[in-house]
Design a protein around this ligand. Structure first.
Ligand SMILES: Nc1ncnc2c1ncn2[C@@H]1O[C@H](COP(=O)(O)OP(=O)(O)O)[C@@H](O)[C@H]1O
Ligand SMILES: [Mg+2]
Length: 234
């Protein structure tokens, strides 16, 4: 079943149209990667799905419910969480306070959830009392993802989770994303590490100049000669 669908999305900033009838779908249990050149509109698509940007045309459907045009806080409550590429932690707050901020709309006791997140990211438990601003880039990314998980979302939108990380940490972050997915959370992720992103994706989309360019399984796109030549430097 489709967990999330963005259908024929046209969106932009002011007069400028950036996305032209873009389509993306995430089925239950899937990791879906969106790749493509800088400026293709990948981040704009995530912002439109979250309601930070209102589409001019098209629909966003979550589990058969039309959520197009709702405000971001309503969309978050419905089970979509978002990790932006930059400025995604509160630097002056501790790791644990960051996680607590992620639970701000939860009325129940969320301490168990914090423990679950420490199970996924043991590093964070060790540093729970440290300010997030003092952490390494990889650990900050874990805080950002952990915070998004506090609301037990149905799906998380990740904007370049591996950006500016050393290769070893890139691998670790992708492993963690797979682990989170196996725990039942859908993943829609934008990535510059195209090869890694295709490798772990069930489905993947190449966006170029605001339009769908390729769509197939991650494996098929890895083996696609045209994709290889254009985007993987083959
Ligand atoms: N807030 C904004 N206001 C105006 N133009 C923007 C804004 N954010 C992005 N853009 C433009 O939209 C296009 C797509 O940007 P973006 O979605 O960030 O691409 P990507 O994430 O694929 O690199 C770019 O031309 C960019 O300059
Ligand atoms: Mg971007």
């Amino acid at each position: 079943m489709a967990l999330l669908e963005a259908k024929r999305i046209t969106a932009g900033y002011g007069e400028t149209e950036i996305l032209h009838r873009v389509f993306v779908k995430v089925n239950e249990g899937e990791i879906v990667s969106i790749v493509g050149p800088n400026g293709a509109g990948k981040s704009t698509l995530l912002k439109t799905i979250l309601g930070l940007l209102k589409p001019r045309e098209g629909k966003v459907i979550l589990e058969a419910e039309d959520i197009t045009g709702l405000d971001p806080d309503r969309i978050v409550r419905k089970g979509i969480c978002y990790v932006p590429q930059t400025d995604n932690v509160f630097a002056s707050l501790t790791v644990e306070e960051n996680l607590e901020m992620g639970a701000f709309i939860r009325k129940d006791n969320y301490q168990n959830r914090i423990q679950e997140i420490y199970t996924i990211f043991p590093d964070l438990e060790e540093r729970r009392k440290d300010r997030a601003g003092k952490l390494s880039g990889g650990q900050r990314q874990m805080v950002a993802i952990g915070r998004a998980l506090m609301l037990e979302p149905k799906i998380i939108l990740l904007d370049e989770p591996s950006a500016s990380l050393a290769p070893k940490l890139v691998r670790l972050i992708f492993q963690k994303i797979s682990e989170i997915n196996r725990s039942g959370v859908g993943i829609l992720m934008v990535e510059q590490n195209i090869r890694e992103a295709l490798r772990i994706a069930d489905q993947a989309y190449v966006l170029a100049m605001g339009r769908n360019r390729f769509h197939d399984t991650g494996q098929a796109l890895l083996n696609n000669q045209e994709v290889g030549k254009l985007y993987l430097g083959d």
